[in-house]
Every structure is written in C-alpha cells, then in structure tokens.
Design a protein around this ligand. Structure first.
Ligand code: GLN
Length: 306
C-alpha cells in the first residue's frame, strides 16, 4: 500500500500544470496548484500519507457530505425526501438548468442546490446555530479540534455568490423552500461550511468512518448509523463527482466527493478510504491531479466496488 500510494503521488506530480485553480471565488485563485497530497486508511486500519498532508485548504463541497449526514440524523426522512432528490448528477454542480428541470427540487444533496436546501432544513431546526453544528460535526468526524473557518474565503464566497443566490431564489419561487426562510442567513451558513479549513488527513479520516459504516475504528466510537453511511455513500457514488460521476465510477469505482478547494474524499464499503489534495481543477470542478492519483491507485489495487 505504501509503495502504491507513493507511485500514485509521483504520477500525480506529472500533472500539476494541467488543472486550473477555481477563480469564480476570488480567494481560491490564490491557491498553489503545485501542492499535492494523498492520505489513505486501508482495511486493517493502517494509515499512509505522502506530500503536503498538513496543508490546509477549504473543504468546499466535501462539506455537503457532512451537512447531509447531519440532516439524516436530525431531520425526518420524509421531509428530506420531499425537499432533495437522490438522483445522479448530469449537469455542472451549480447548474440552474438542472434545478429548473427538476421543477425546483435539487437533484441530490451533493450539488449546490441540494446542499443549500439541506442547510435550509437544518436552519429550520437550529437557526443561527446551524453553521456551528456543521463545524462541530466536521471536527468530530475528523477528530481534529484545529479545524476552523477561513474568514477570507467565507467573505470571498459571500461576495461572489450570484449563481448560488439564483439557485436559492429559484427554489423559493418554485415552492421547494418556504418564502419565510431567511435567505441571507441560510446562505451564510452554507458559505461558512464551504470555507472550513481541513487537510487531507482530515478527509481520509472522515472517509474512513464512512467506509466503516459510521464506526470510527480508531476512537472506537459509532459516529453515525450504518444506514446513514449507506445512504451517504450512495449519493456520493451518484453525485459526488458531479457530471463526471459515470467516468469516475468506471475508472476508479469508489464513492467520492470533491470540492473546488482541491480536495477529494473517497470511501469504499470495506474500510478503505483515500483522500487527495491538489487545487488545480478539471472542467468539472474536480481536482485534476487528485483524479490522476486515484486512477493510478485503482489500477494497481482494483478496489472498485462495482
Ligand atoms: N462553495 C462552492 C460553491 O458554492 C462549492 C462548490 C464546489 O466545491 N463544487 O460554489
């Protein structure tokens, strides 16, 4: 495993000039696309890492997984099903057209509209505590108390969120979200969740919990139920890599979630979790080098769940 991971890392380094850092959130344009990291837990709990594993970056859309876990724990299932679909993603992660085609119901919880709707459900229950609940959950799952919000990224997201507000307004106008919902407050909780700083070790650790059906083998604690783990891995497989999910399923074959900060978190069903980081993105908004590293590992280890 150690050698396979190191070979994958070397392979990834060949592509650091291929991806483009996200620029639609101005603060993310400052990220360094030559920073590369990979971390993994295997089935027997051994941990492996290579590269800039302490480098912090914004979790971005990987937070959607944690928001959804929290929703499944806190909100009645019927209410979630009514507000958010569990369909595969076919269009870009912030597509207004995708939402419109669904009549204002987000396709799944791992695209922007779906995560905004999930945040709105949490807001109904937790009000202004919503972001703190998500942050606590990220810290708890990663067992990393040093995870904090990056205020600069949050402010940058907030002031450039025209498309996210379009999605929000469309959901209200189609009746999928209540007109009474305080849009700015829910949006702020969503932007903050995206602007939390993690490293690749944190993502591997969260992936490892998902890959063990919600049980954290390292701390010996059950973090969430097996049923929640199964539901979350399922939407990761179908929507976690956006409109690249089909190709990712064939090439790599693990449930996964990416973020425009450059992180990718994967979780098998059998206790294998690999996380990668490199902020250069492909056309789908997934880390270019991250996918190359995962591809290299998949070829050697044949861990596809399919
Ligand atoms: N914060 C980003 C946004 O709302 C998250 C997108 C992503 O990581 N794919 O656009």
């Amino acid at each position: 495993m150690k050698e396979v991971l190191e070979r994958a890392y070397e392979e990834g380094l060949k592509y650091t000039d291929q991806g483009q850092v996200a620029t639609y959130i101005p603060e993310l344009a400052k990220e360094d696309p030559t920073k590369v990291a990979i971390a993994a837990y295997d089935q027997d709990g051994s941990y492996y890492e290579k590269g800039e594993v302490d480098q912090r970056f914004s979790i971005q859309s990987v937070s959607k997984v944690i928001t959804y876990i929290l929703c499944l724990e806190e909100i009645p299932a019927g209410k979630i099903q009514k507000a958010i679909g569990v369909k595969p993603t076919a269009l870009p992660f912030n597509s207004v057209l995708d939402l419109e085609l669904g009549g204002g119901k987000p396709r799944n919880p791992l695209v922007n509209a779906g995560a905004i709707a999930a945040t709105a459900l949490l807001y109904e229950k937790f009000g202004d505590q919503t972001f703190d609940k998500v942050l606590d959950k990220i810290r708890d799952l990663a067992e990393d108390p040093d995870i904090v919000l990056d205020e600069n990224i949050y402010n940058s997201e907030r002031s450039s969120a025209f498309t996210n507000f379009a999605l929000f307004n469309l959901m209200v106008s189609r009746g999928n979200l209540s007109e009474d919902i305080p849009i700015q407050k829910v949006a702020d909780a969503y932007f903050k969740a995206c602007s939390v700083l993690v490293n690749v070790k944190d993502l591997a650790r969260i992936g490892y919990v998902l890959a063990n059906d919600g049980f954290d083998k390292i701390s010996g604690q059950e973090k969430f139920s097996k049923e929640i783990a199964r539901r979350v891995r399922t939407v990761m497989a179908m929507g976690g890599m956006y409109d690249y999910c089909g190709e990712f399923a064939q090439l790599i074959g693990l449930p996964a979630k990416s973020g425009v900060g450059g992180g990718i978190m994967t979780a098998s069903k059998e206790g294998l979790a690999i996380a990668t980081y490199c902020p250069g993105l492909d056309d789908h908004g997934n880390s270019f080098v991250g996918i190359k590293m995962l591809e290299a590992m998949a070829q050697e280890l044949e861990f596809s769940i399919y």
